[in-house]
Design a protein around this ligand. Structure first.
Ligand code: SAM
Length: 283
């Protein structure tokens, strides 16, 4: 019986080519096949690194289907290196399905670690809190984004997000609106590149800071937001606040109050007062 090959999960630079590791070069140079998100982009990257490789496309639109073919090849003894456009595959990038399918099929999965924007940002942001939560990309739709943030609002961990430049302004508005302006946000932008910058300030001031200099809205971002410091809220109060926030996205205040009171069993008057204060925060 044929000995199966291995699936290598290989990190590539997030900007600075010098960040490629020796092991990544060795694995990419010797793999039978390189599975890449964008074969043209990765072809150029590998050419700059002096490596010629045979590519197969594995991106978010074909991953589940392509994974089956790659598993079959691995089972015939081929070694496959998985890369993404930049950074570590399967971290807010394609690769998760292939890696899971490889484990299911009893294929050896070998991590070849290296750059990842989340770790790069966290290591240089000056965050002293010991615990953090990497969320990845928030939903693009504002109401969904606010709902997602609501689920994170009470967590006492530094929250880490990826965000695209065309959504950075609205995203920061929602971070301040839902999490509160007193938290600290760090913008880790263009890491390892020419215009790298790392800047921390209060969330309340972040919108104005971005608006003051258009270049601050350009490039690639990791956002780090300090965690909830403490909450004197009871579970019931928190549940009411979460419920009202979601309802008030789509309903007038009175109707939201009425439904929230029914859902939570909390007095209508209490619901109404909290709804008023939440509305005050929005305006
Ligand atoms: N898998 C990658 C990793 O390990 O970092 C992340 C891929 S994700 C599709 C791309 C996002 O990562 C960007 O939108 C940005 O939020 C973040 N990112 C990637 N490179 C970056 C850089 N050089 N500086 C800051 N953020 C970066």
């Amino acid at each position: 019986m044929q000995t199966p090959g291995s699936l290598y999960v290989v990190a590539t630079p997030i900007g600075n080519l010098g960040d490629i590791t020796q092991r990544a070069l060795d694995v990419l140079g010797s793999a039978d096949l390189v599975a890449a998100e964008d074969t043209r982009h990765s072809g150029q990257l590998l050419a700059r690194l002096g490596i010629s490789a045979k590519f197969v496309a594995l991106h978010e639109h074909n991953e589940q289907h392509a994974a089956q073919g790659l598993i079959a090849l691995l089972q015939t003894g081929k070694n496959i290196a998985l890369i993404s456009d930049a950074g570590t595959p399967a971290i807010s990038d394609p690769g998760t399905w292939l890696v899971a399918a490889a484990h299911d099929a009893g294929i050896r999965v070998v991590p070849v670690p290296g750059p990842s924007a989340v770790i790069c940002a966290l290591s240089a942001a000056g965050v002293t809190a010991p615990n953090w939560l990497f969320y990845g990309f928030l939903p693009a739709k504002p109401s969904h984004r606010r709902q997602a943030l609501q689920t994170l609002a009470a967590l006492p961990y530094t929250l880490i997000f990826y965000e695209a430049p065309h959504r950075i302004v609205e995203c920061v508005e929602d971070l301040a609106g839902v999490l509160g302006g007193e938290r600290t946000i760090t913008f880790a932008r263009e890491l390892t590149k020419l215009f790298e910058s790392i800047h921390s300030l209060a969330l309340a001031d972040a919108g104005a800071w971005l608006a003051a200099e258009p270049n601050r809205q350009k490039g690639e971002f990791v956002l780090l937001v300090s965690g909830a410091i403490h909450s004197n809220e009871t579970d019931d109060q928190r549940k009411l606040r979460d419920t009202l926030t979601i309802l008030m996205d789509d309903l007038p205040l009175k109707q939201a109050t009425h439904i929230a009171a029914k859902l939570t069993g909390i007095k209508k008057n209490t619901c109404y007062k909290l709804a008023l204060s939440l509305r005050g925060k929005d305006s």
